[in-house]
Design a binder for this molecule. Sequence first.
Ligand code: SF4
Length: 61
Amino acid sequence: MRPIVDEEKCIGCGNCAEICPSVFQLIDDKSRVIDPDGCDYAHCCEAAEENCPVEAITLED
Ligand code: SF4
């Protein structure tokens, strides 16, 4: 699955980058997807999606 961050919604809390640092990184207080395939096997991007307080992360097949 490939994660997408809605930068309009993102409040820069850092949850996603903490949970799934191989995919998400905070740059200028916004989450960026640095490697969309970074957790194909670990599924940590699903946990990041669930723990985003503003539902800014979506996962595409
Ligand atoms: S968890 Fe959501 S609000 Fe927090 S940095 Fe990531 S995308 Fe932004």
